[in-house]
Structures are given as C-alpha cells and as structure tokens.
Write a protein that binds this ligand. Structure first.
Ligand SMILES: [Cu+2]
Length: 384
C-alpha cells in the first residue's frame, strides 16, 4: 500500500514538473532567446560537460563500491586448488578494470573534445586498416591467453589420478535437500537407480550389490582435512547445482547422469573459523543480529541466535520454491575426528534391516529425519 502511494506521488510530481516546464516555455514566447529545436553551441557545451559529469559519477561510484562492499566477495579459499580459481578471477578483474578505465576516459573525453560547433562539419573518415587490425588483434590475443589459462586451470583442477588415494562420496540432490553417501570400507559406491527407492532407501541404492553393503547415507557431510575427496553427483528430479563456495567448487547435478568434482580441503572448520578475516566477519554479522534482536525483543518477539561460521553446500540452480533453503552443512574434521565420526555412523543396509524389523516405529522415526524441519517450514512460508 505504501509503495502504491509513493508511486502515485512520484507520478503526480512528474506531471507537475512537465506542466511547469510548459508554462516556463510559454513565458519565453517573444523573447530573443533561441527557441530552435536544433542544438546550438551552448547546448553542445552543456552536453560535453555532462559527459564529464557522467564519467566522474562512474568512477566515484566504482571507488565507493570497492570501499563499501569490497569485503563481501569470498576470501581465503579452503581447498588446495582454490588459489588457482582465485588467480584466474583476479587476472580477469584486473584486465576488465584496466580496459574499462582507459576506454571510458577516452570515450567521454572525445565526446567532449569533438562536441558539435556551429558551421563545423564532421570529417568523412572511411576506414583505417592498421587501426582496425590493432584493435582486433590485441583483444583476440588477450582473450585467447585468458581462455588458454582458464582451460589449463580447469583441466588441472578436474584431473583425478586413477591410482590416487581418494575418498569417494556421492552427493544426491532432490527438491529441496542434499544427502551424502559414503562408500564405506571398500571405498566403492554401490550401484544406484531411482527404481530401487523404497522406504529408508531414499537414494535408490541397489542393496543386492556387494559394494553397497557398507555404504553410509548421511544428511551432514563430514570430510577430513588434507585428503582428496572425489565427489559424484546425482539428481533425483530437476537440474541442481552443487555449490561449495569456500572450496571454489561447483558442479551441475543432472537427472540421469553422474557428474564429478574432486578437491582437497586445507582448513578444518575450526581452523577456518579462527582466520582473522572470518573472526571479523562473524563479529560484524553478530553486531547486526544483536541490533535486530533488540528490535524483535522490544516488539515482544524472540531474539536471534548468534551466528557461527560453517562451510555450506548450496544449490546454485533455481530448482523450485524452496531452492533458497536447499543447503547442507559441511564439516571439515581432522583425519582422526573424521575416522571417529565415520565409525559412529550406521550403514544403510543396517538401517534398512532395522526399519523392516520394526516397520511402524521406524517409518515414523525416519520420516522425521528424512524431511528437514526447516525445509517444511520454508515450504509453508512460500505457500502463504
Ligand atoms: Cu536445487
């Protein structure tokens, strides 16, 4: 309602201004001023200086943006290959920034220098092969270099040595949650297919496959520091995209096919929380939350909990109504903690057996765990 009123007021203001200019024009009738529709030297001068004004606005806004929001982009990468991605990104930024700084200055300066003047005719200039070759070859070489470096970095990151000792983990996407499957002792994931989805076996693991006997299905991803993790992605329904920003990793999850990505985490969750930049960021977020909490409490509502940093696996494809809430916590442990955690997890086969033995109890218990509570709440909010 308020925005409608604001729009009406703005429209009325615009109409009033338009009427005022018309009245002003009428008062000028008969005076000696130039009322021609053709731009004169004075108009061209004004336009020339306005070009400079716009240039100043561009740079002031850019510099302001760098100071005001410069700390928002992702900081220290948490994976071994992350530095390569950041390097590529930084080189691209530096190139874009330099080229835009030079071309914008030239564009606006020439617009000012060659502004229209009375009785001055534009020079007819057909072409200049040398100039055209120059401004075609330089960008072609620079872009080719950038693309080649990108391809080199990409193949470097995506290459997984067959003989390398890696941990196999499957990430399973569905509207609107993530599930992880660990390959267990044999480090080989059992076969899976949507046709096998039944009861507790929500990932459709082929339980008759010998490799599936020790597979472990969890809703919170634990990985050890310093060990290469080989992820295999599947989707049950639509296109999703597994996005782990702190590890500079992203891969589409496509129904009907398996996609892959591998990386080595280099900071445990605890170590990453202790990075000076993260301490500062978290304290800033908590200052904002404290302010918001005070407002909420004043209204008689409950306050917000303080924020603690966690690595997240997010969905980066708009996959439906609760897409925004499709996330899974990633915990990077020390290798010892990881081993302890993995040993404490029950295998999928044992979970299925337990659910078959006591179907009534387990079906209700698993229902509760299968659907994260926040997702249900989120869906309700969307429906409202
Ligand atoms: Cu999704």
């Amino acid at each position: 309602m308020t925005s409608l009123l604001v729009i009406i007021v703005l429209v009325l203001l615009a109409v009033a201004l338009w009427q005022l200019t018309k009245i002003f024009d009428l008062t000028q009738v008969g005076s000696t001023s130039d009322s021609s529709q053709v731009a004169n030297d004075k108009d061209n001068n004004v336009q020339g200086y306005l070009m400079f004004g716009f240039l100043a606005f561009l740079y002031i806004f850019t510099i302001y943006g760098l100071f005001a929001w410069g700390d928002l982009p992702l900081h220290t990468p948490a994976s071994e290959h992350g530095g390569q991605v950041d390097n590529l990104m930084n080189i691209t930024w530096i190139l874009i920034f330099t080229v835009q700084a030079i071309t914008q200055v030239l564009l606006h300066y020439f617009a000012f220098k060659y502004k229209g003047k009375k009785d001055q005719k534009a020079l007819y200039f057909a072409d200049n092969n040398k100039l055209e070759a120059l401004w075609s070859i330089i960008p072609a070489v620079v872009l080719a270099g950038l693309i080649l470096y990108g391809l080199y970095a990409w193949t470097n990151i995506m290459f997984v040595d067959k003989d390398e000792d890696v941990i196999e983990i499957e990430i399973y996407a569905q509207q609107f949650k993530w599930t992880a499957r660990f390959a267990g002792e044999d480090n080989v994931l059992g076969k899976a297919n949507v046709r096998y989805i039944e009861g507790v076996n929500t990932l459709g693991v082929d339980l008759s496959d010998p490799n599936a006997q020790d597979d472990i299905v969890v809703s919170e991803l634990h990985i050890p520091k310093g060990k290469k993790i080989h992820f295999k992605f599947r989707s049950q329904d639509v296109l999703h995209s597994a996005y782990m920003p702190h590890f500079r990793a992203q891969m589409n999850c496509v129904p009907g096919m398996v996609t892959e990505f591998a990386f080595t985490p280099i900071y445990t969750t605890a170590e990453y929380r202790d990075l000076p930049y993260m301490i500062e960021k978290v304290s800033h977020i908590n200052d904002l939350r404290a302010k918001k909490s005070a407002e909420l409490i004043a209204k008689g509502e409950s306050g917000l909990d303080p924020y603690t940093f966690d690595y997240l696996l997010l969905c980066n494809k708009i996959c439906g109504a609760s897409h925004y809430n499709m996330q899974m916590k990633i915990i990077v442990d020390t290798p010892e903690d990881y081993r302890k955690w993995l040993a404490s997890q029950a295998s999928l086969v044992s979970q299925v057996k337990a659910s078959l033995e006591t179907p009534a109890e387990n079906s209700s218990a698993t229902e509760g765990t299968q659907q994260p509570i926040d997702t249900v709440a989120a869906e309700k909010v969307v429906i409202k």
